[in-house]
Design a protein around this ligand. Sequence first.
Ligand SMILES: [Fe+2]
Length: 219
Amino acid sequence: MYRKGKKSYDVDRYCFRHEIEQMFGTSELEKIHKIEECDFGVLNMETDQTTKLHKNFYKKVRESNFLEEYKKFLREVIFPQFNEPLLYQKIPTFRVQVPNNLSVAEFHNDKSYSHSPEEVNIFLPITDAKETYTIWVESEENLGDYSPMNAEYGEYYIWDGANLNHGNKINQSDVSRFSVDFRVMPYSKYDDTNVKETVTTKTKLKLGSYFELMEVDDD
Ligand SMILES: [Fe+2]
């Protein structure tokens, strides 16, 4: 079982930042709060996926090359770590944490949000993500000893967000953090007899809706 591991990847091969810069029309993602009006208040359960920044990402992601880069990353970087048929989140979840704000409304574990405890999370920062502008996570279930998942662009965490409690602090820096996160799960662990819906978008957590299947020889 994964708890938390930080790894790095080749940013020249998987051009996530370039694609997000194109979507937001700036190379200065860390200053997005100075470029765009960010008057949506401290994010809550209703707003943490629906600000204009989120809407911009979800609108543009399908017509960008981001999903191609994402699938290449899954195939070449994540899949070999499992090497068995793997469910993966079809559209990664977009996060942005501007100064004096959160990116996720409350501390939680994903299993309490209807996710399977068998899911494995990947946290992929698009900008640096550190201290009060990253995710804080405990080291063991319900231990509450939160520490920050500090990472630079080019690093990612593979971790047990299904079971470990995690959340944000108010960003006390003057930079914005962009990231995506997504979930994978060995197909052998998938049970479609009792799938529920995501809390935010009410998407069924099943193959064909929230998840796609990656097999050994597929693309
Ligand atoms: Fe979560």
